[in-house]
Design a protein around this ligand. Sequence first.
Ligand code: NAD
Length: 487
Amino acid sequence: MQDQLFINGRFVDAESGETLATLNPHDNSVIAEVAMAGKADVDKAVKAAQAAFPKWSRMAAMERGHLLLKLSDAIDANRQELAELESIDTGHPLRDTLGLDAPRTAVTFRYFGGMADKLEGTVIPVEEGFLNYMLREPVGVVGQVVPWNFPLMFTSWKMGPALAAGNCVVLKPAELTPLTTLRIAELMAEVGFPEGVVNIVPGLGSVAGQYLAEHSDVGKIAFTGSTATGKRIVQASSENLKKVQLELGGKGANIVFNDANLDAAVNGSAFAIFHNQGQACIAGSRLLLHEAIADEFLDRFLKLAASIRLGNPLDLQTEMGPLTSRMHRDRVLSYCDVARAEGGRVLLGGKAPDNAELAEGCYVLPTVVKASPLDRVSQEEVFGPFVSITTFRSDEEALAIANGTQYGLGGGLWTRDLQRAHKFARDMKSGMVWINCYKRVNPGSPFGGVGLSGYGREMGFEAMREYTQVKSVWVNIDADMRPYYSR
Ligand code: NAD
């Protein structure tokens, strides 16, 4: 297991020699003491990335893509090990890390490996006598800061397009979950990525992350995390007016209409909120039920939620693991009191499981709360297995509730009415809408939000645009052009 910083192709200790423990949220045991980057280490990483940039950016795009393809093969070959490491470090059930996180990481790197040589410029039809063409160029050194909820997958979401477009990267993983990112760096070195192209600097957000966002030799900062930190990143980026891309929080509305297929809606809505212990920015954390089906839906939904199997993430039978840290578990549970104080009712869960085997871990039972749309639990991101339920009577009311937060990341609806489905897709204030499904993602499909959920898009061609800048080149091809000054 790698526990050092990865700078200029080598694993090294932090200049200060400081480390930070990473814990297993199943029992809070220490997995590893990981080197903790300070400003001097971030400086070294940025310098290494700067030095690697000229060669990497001019390398044939197909060759860059080939390295990404080799990396995705290496991830497939090491799937079991990566999945176990991710489960131990984050608490995600192995059935997910093995079946979703690890393969999706490989697929996303593969997608961007194929994309590397598809990034074309254009010729613009301007006035006669001139050729005008547009180049799409990499930004240079890109800083990337990621959270702890999907650390393995985020290596590919962030580094895939950045590297395919010809940038060099300094990535800071979250304090709580650095291990799979360091293993990916090791695989990158093994498959032949040149020194300095990728640098990984685990460390504190307030130190290493903040400094990376301020750094005047970093041309872009791509951030996934909370809205509060996103605002700090924007301020820090003003130092050199670097490009900023923000994937922030969400409070996804998941609307079930009276004509929905209830079997599918119940199952899909449980997945929307309880998958990954609800620690997903796109979680369907607000469930809006048409009052005609609310009782029947709730009856079935509560039964399904109560049957979800909590347990050690390494057990393949486990459907829900622990939350990623004890502090976060306490924060999530504290929202039950917040709900009660405003007149909400906890219908299910709201506490840690009684099971003695899980007593040391960061577990929370699936929690369902009845609340009003303006209550704090319906407005603030809880980021756990915690869903707030509201009922509505009309489409207009459902839309007003759905759009009634400052977030706008993802939202879903369950209906058989085609017109209604497309009308909501048009009118919902969010970057993604799922109809009769929820939380679908694909490397080709743009991912990101509006409002306090941030700006910029990951995935697909949109991501390649985010990691490039445009240059317009004018060529005079008319030798006899009349000069401006006639002398
Ligand atoms: P966070 O903002 O506290 O931390 C995220 C990352 O930012 C960590 O690496 C942290 O060390 C770093 N950081 C903290 N302070 C910093 C600073 N001043 N400067 C630079 N970096 C700093 O978020 P979190 O609690 O770890 O993660 C959960 C949040 O992430 C939730 O709000 C969730 O919705 C959001 N999220 C968003 C998306 C998306 O794509 N929109 C995806 C996943 C998670």
